[in-house]
Design a protein around this ligand. Structure first.
Ligand SMILES: Nc1nc2c(c(=O)[nH]1)N[C@H]1C(S)=C(S)[C@@H](COP(=O)(O)OP(=O)(O)OC[C@H]3O[C@@H](n4cnc5c(=O)[nH]c(N)nc54)[C@H](O)[C@@H]3O)O[C@H]1N2
Ligand SMILES: Nc1nc2c(c(=O)[nH]1)N[C@H]1C(S)=C(S)[C@@H](COP(=O)(O)OP(=O)(O)OC[C@H]3O[C@@H](n4cnc5c(=O)[nH]c(N)nc54)[C@H](O)[C@@H]3O)O[C@H]1N2
Ligand SMILES: [Mo]
Length: 699
């Protein structure tokens, strides 16, 4: 008998999460048998989350798509037949070529649709970007997650930059704002716990009593979309008690007089009414935050994207990012603000995506959030050609995009040609004309940034592609060849693309040897000011926003669908991610689904009693856009007036083949044209017994 050969390969987690872990895959006779956190990488600290420690279950999943599939039934039926790569690529290339050949701008009828199924710079928009640029396809504005908060940071701090995450361990006060860190940012939570052990106070600001709120000293359960009002009242208290670092404000900020005037209009009583909390909670928060100035203790804010998925998300982010300057918290390395660190990474996007291949053409841009409406739009002078072909990769829009009723109708168009690159038969793949099997992270090269720390992580392939799967890059290379794109850039291989991602800015040899490398970033980035804004200051007032005709000063903008503003739909609904899924990924990994159970709507005892509902009842959750059915759970995690529709489940696993996005709207945020998933009013009622015939057993 031959000896078993066991090797280990350094990789990196591809998922859309701030932690960007470095991992080690153990391979036995060509099969990956386990994936573990890299103990040598300080940010990973040898530990992975539950999801990714089961990554091999994903790679070797019995339902993994391993051959190209061609639709054989009606659109959306999920009926497919196996075809060869050659036949699939030839047909797809012919269809796209026919559209592109119709006229000078006709390729705009083709739309790429992708997001962060993998955050990899190579399997993301490298070869794909080149392909669509050469084609002259419509461009996609990738707004679905973080664009409102992103712009909020840029207009205030000058970039997606902030505190180094490791120094949260030394903070004395940590405000965890719109983040369920235990679920979605586990490696930050480790530092927060260390700080807690050393005597720091932790305050969670979140409408839901999340797992993280359970572990904090205080929880401020404000109504969704009222964070700006809370921040303004906090400023009000800092001003009236003179808990201000006047020196820092004078030297390193701009627009203080204006901000001061606005904040003074928000006494705690006014904000408390808007936020649905006690004014005393706001006063207490101000005493804690302002107290750090008088005692010299570092105060830190860890905000995450949960607080910016509402109409005023950009403005709210601007106010949160302004807070540390008021008390000079930036003077300490353990003080300040962190929402995203991704702006620190010197990614050479043009080298990867080659916008020069557009050669002067300026295709229109489609916002990925409004894909529901846009797929249904006819050609017009303002819109341009109707969308005729859609190439989806790294995303599951039928499950994750808002207003699913419209999205499903759009994907269901018989005259829409849809290609989906996937690992699994997702809700989106069900609507494809072709499904092309893509490799997982264990099977391809990639290189990563992080939005939670400042290390670059490299992923080497641990095993050969499973079945006939190919990396996204390879699929676009082969499509390019079929379409006669003969630029040499279409033959560049993945390792070379990994090197090109950062060029000389990072040490690639070190990446090959260790799997990660740390960027050189200052410990306390704004201790002496030096913000990367046009003025070099923390811009409370933004002249660039004012020049665009916007309010240069951040304000509280009430939700489009504010809690209590409608008697027909009296409940605000938020739909935060599930701890054991990653958006809609991992929903089909049985061991993880067993932990999550089934789609659940959490409701307060008070709201349940008012509707005569009891735990475990099947309810109909509805508004003017649609309805879905799920089990309701009476839970102290839900505050009065707010229901929590947990997780983005695959529609086909829902009781009635739908998910929470049936109810969310396509309305956009104040900054960044981003989605407003948590700005959504609904009503909930018991499913009448006559409706039972509509229920089907989840498959
Ligand atoms: N396990 C797991 N980890 C994930 C994800 C996942 O699906 N599962 N998703 C990943 C993605 S895509 C992202 S973008 C990141 C960050 O993802 P986020 O969506 O920011 O994830 P959470 O940290 O769960 O934070 C959301 C929190 O915001 C709260 N919230 C909702 N509305 C409001 C509001 O108006 N104000 C305030 N203050 N809070 C509000 C929710 O109740 C929830 O607890 O996490 C990533 N990490
Ligand atoms: N109601 C509600 N909706 C939301 C949110 C919410 O909080 N509430 N959160 C929003 C947020 S923050 C985000 S980021 C979006 C996320 O939306 P998406 O980015 O679409 O994320 P996923 O649902 O994880 O789907 C990613 C898909 O990519 C596939 N994939 C992974 N790796 C690869 C690869 O290498 N190649 C190919 N071809 N495919 C791959 C996976 O199998 C998976 O099906 O959802 C948004 N939708
Ligand atoms: Mo996201």
């Amino acid at each position: 008998m031959n000896a078993v050969t066991t090797t280990t390969v350094l990789g990196g987690c591809p998922h859309d999460c701030p932690d960007a872990c470095s991992f080690v895959t153990t391979v036995q006779d060509g099969i990956a048998i386990k994936v573990q956190g890299n103990p040598a990488h300080p940010q990973t600290d040898g530990a992975l989350c539950t999801k990714v420690s089961r990554y091999t279950e994903r790679t070797y999943h019995p339902q993994r798509i391993l051959q190209p599939l061609k639709r054989s039934g009606p659109k959306g039926s999920g009926q497919f037949e196996v075809v060869s790569w050659d036949a699939a690529l030839r047909d797809i290339a012919a269809r796209l070529t026919a559209i592109a050949a119709r006229g000078p701008d006709s390729a705009q009828a083709i739309l790429p649709y992708s997001y962060a199924g993998t955050m990899g710079l190579v399997q993301g928009e490298s070869m794909a970007g080149r392909f669509f640029n050469q084609l002259g396809a419509s461009r996609l504005d990738r707004t679905i997650c973080a664009k409102a908060g992103g712009e909020g940071q840029v207009y205030t701090l000058g970039g997606k930059v902030g505190m180094r995450v490791e120094f949260f361990a030394e903070s004395k006060l940590i405000l965890i704002w719109g983040s369920n860190s235990i679920a979605s940012n586990l490696h930050f939570w480790r530092y927060a716990q260390e700080a807690k052990r050393k005597g720091a106070k932790l305050i969670c600001i979140d409408p839901r009593r999340s797992e993280t709120a359970d572990k904090c000293h205080e929880h401020i359960a404000l109504l969704p979309g009222t964070d700006a009002a809370l921040a303004l009242a906090l400023m009000h208290e800092l001003i009236t008690h003179d808990w201000l670092d006047r020196d820092y404000i004078a030297q390193h900020t701009s627009g203080w007089e204006l901000l001061r005037e606005r904040a003074l209009q928000w006494n705690p009583e006014r904000a408390a009414l808007v936020c649905g909390i006690d004014a005393e909670q706001i006063r207490s928060l101000a005493r804690d935050y302002g107290g750090c100035l008088t005692s010299g203790a570092p105060a830190a804010i860890r905000a995450n994207y949960g607080m910016q998925r509402v109409r005023g998300g950009g403005n709210a982010t601007r106010l949160l990012a302004s807070l540390p300057a008021l008390i000079g918290a930036w003077r300490h390395r353990a003080g300040g603000f962190l929402m995203s660190s991704s702006g620190a990474f010197p990614v050479r996007r043009a080298a990867l995506e080659r916008p020069d291949l557009l050669a002067g053409r300026t295709p229109r841009t489609i916002n990925m959030v409004t894909i529901g409406d846009d797929l249904l739009r006819p050609a017009s002078a303002t819109f341009g050609p109707a969308i005729e072909a859609l190439i989806v990769y790294n995303s599951n829009p039928v499950a994750v995009a808002p207003d699913s009723g419209k999205v499903v109708q759009g994907f269901g168009r018989e005259n829409l040609f849809t290609v989906v690159l996937e690992h699994f038969q997702t809700d989106t793949a069900d609507y494809a004309d072709y499904v092309l099997p893509a490799t997982t992270q264990l099977e391809h090269w990639d290189i990563h940034l992080s939005y939670g720390h400042t290390d670059v992580v490299l992923n080497r392939p641990a095993v050969a592609p499973v079945g006939e799967a190919k990396p996204n890059t390879q699929i676009f290379r082969e499509l390019a060849r079929q379409m006669g794109f003969d630029e040499t850039c279409f033959t560049e291989d993945d390792e070379s693309l990994c090197r090109a991602a950062y060029g000389d800015a990072v040490d690639f040899e070190q990446l090959l040897a260790r799997g990660f490398t740390s960027l050189k970033v200052p410990e306390a980035p704004f201790a002496q000011g030096g913000f990367p804004t046009p003025s070099g200051k923390c811009e409370f007032f933004s002249p660039s926003l004012a020049a665009q005709g916007q309010d240069g000063l951040p304000d509280h903008l009430p939700n489009y669908e504010a809690a209590g503003s409608s008697s027909t739909y009296p409940l605000a609904m938020i739909s935060p991610p599930a701890r054991n899924f990653l958006n809609s990924s991992f929903v089909n990994v049985q061991s993880l689904r067993d932990i999550e159970g089934e789609p659940i709507l959490e409701m307060s005892a008070q709201d349940a009693a008012a509707r005569g509902l009891v735990s475990e009842s099947v309810v109909r959750v509805f508004n003017q856009r649609g309805e879905y059915r799920c089990k309701m759970k009476v839970s102290s995690r839900a505050r009065a007036g707010v229901v929590n529709g947990m997780g983005i489940w695959w529609r086909k696993l829902g009781l009635d083949g739908k998910n929470v996005n049936e109810l969310t709207s396509q309305k956009l945020t104040d900054l960044g044209q981003a989605p407003t998933f948590y700005d959504c009013l609904v009503e909930v009622e018991a499913v009448p017994p006559m409706g039972e015939d509509l229920l089907r057993v989840p498959g």
